[in-house]
Design a protein around this ligand. Structure first.
Ligand SMILES: [Zn+2]
Length: 165
């Protein structure tokens, strides 16, 4: 099984809001896509990946909490949250750089699982930040959009220097 191809960080597809997965969608295809997303996430040594990062404009994310739990979330939605804290983050679409953002410490997220069943979990800390980061991708928001202009300019400059685009 080959991993999926990541689109470039500057691709306009990463700035476009994704559409909801419908109940009448082909769920076998959705499950196959998710399998490939997990594979891609691991090949690129990430702990989270969203469908738009592989060029698919659907509201699907996968995350790994680094504690033995993996979640595939379809149409994820943050339904409650508490205060924001500083987070250190990386993004598969911005290889080799680290950024700093503010994220809710604790969130409750509802989503559909692989069987189209509604689920709801409460998470906090790193995994909470990760889920917020991936949901942002579904809304066309990259983590650089969550930083100060100075900081995001620095990251974009670094990317240009490193990859020439
Ligand atoms: Zn990302």
């Amino acid at each position: 099984m080959q991993p999926l191809k990541l689109i470039k960080y500057s691709d306009p597809k990463l700035k476009k809001p994704c559409t909801l997965v419908r109940r009448q969608s082909n769920w076998d295809e959705i499950r196959q896509l998710i399998k490939l997303m997990y594979k891609t996430m691991h090949v690129y040594r990430g702990f989270g990946l969203s469908a738009p990062q592989v060029g698919v404009s659907l509201r699907i994310i996968v995350v790994d909490d680094q504690g033995g739990n993996k979640y595939a979330m379809i149409n994820p939605e943050i339904v409650s949250f508490d205060e924001k804290i500083d987070q250190e983050e990386t993004c598969i679409s911005y290889p080799g750089v680290t950024g700093y953002t503010k994220r809710y410490n604790k969130i409750v997220v509802s989503y559909l699982d692989l069987d189209a069943k509604q689920q709801k979990i409460q998470v906090k800390g790193h995994i909470s930040a990760l889920i917020q980061h991936e949901i942002d991708h579904l809304d066309g928001i990259s983590y650089t959009n969550r930083m100060s202009k100075l900081h995001s300019d620095k990251i974009n400059k670094k990317m240009k220097k490193k990859y020439g685009f």
